[in-house]
Design a binder for this molecule. Structure first.
Ligand code: SAM
Length: 185
């Protein structure tokens, strides 16, 4: 069976992340991706995580358990990546799940401007063969605007430097998530 966008995001990460790598979870939320990445990078790797909500950081800490030592969890937006990760630190992979924290305040959402700042900072640090995966949810207020900005930014990345993939179930009712994967050549 075809993988959901969420399942496929993990497949795309798994294919490139190895033990010892440094990776970014740009929207930690309930910590599912953070834990997945912490398992992939092993004891010698590191996951840098970002979220603006203490509730999300706490949920992620609880989900990580002993794996917490492999992570640095910032209670700040992903727009602070530039200020918190040196530009010469090689990043093998990054993931965004855009939108709001499920079952929580739907007013606290990722925003087009700050998402773009974060994408730019990640691409500056991404290694050759590294991947930045973005799962775009856009059914909520403000979601369409962010979807357009992210798609525009990714579509206009130079093809000499990046391969950009889009994955979506186009016959699904509602607002099926769009997965974008940017791979550095
Ligand atoms: C869809 S949820 C993420 C789900 C998460 N990946 C998981 O595995 O549970 C989106 C998250 O983005 C967070 N967020 C909103 N603005 C943000 C920003 N500027 N930087 C980082 N996270 C932000 C929200 O607080 C929310 O927790």
């Amino acid at each position: 069976m075809l993988q959901t966008a969420l399942q496929f995001s993990h497949t795309l990460l798994q294919e490139v992340v190895q033990q010892g790598d440094q990776v970014i979870d740009a929207t930690i939320g309930n910590g599912y991706d953070t834990r997945f990445l912490a398992e992939l990078v092993g004891e010698t790797g590191h996951v840098y995580g970002y979220d603006v909500q203490e509730q999300a950081r706490q949920a992620t800490i609880d989900r990580l358990g002993d794996l917490i030592d492999r992570t640095t969890l910032h209670l700040s937006g992903h727009q602070t990546i530039d200020a918190t990760i040196p530009v010469d630190l090689p990043i093998q992979a990054a993931i965004f799940n855009l939108g709001y924290l499920p079952k929580s305040n739907k007013q606290i959402i990722t925003l087009p401007e700050t998402t773009q700042i974060a994408m730019e900072a990640i691409l500056e640090r991404l290694t050759a063969g590294g991947r930045m995966v973005i799962v775009i949810y856009y059914g909520h207020d403000g979601g369409e605007k962010e979807k357009h900005q992210v798609l525009h930014y990714c579509k206009t990345l130079p093809q000499e430097q990046f391969s950009v993939l889009s994955y979506q179930f186009i016959n699904q009712r509602g607002n099926p998530p769009i997965l974008i994967c940017v791979e550095k050549k």
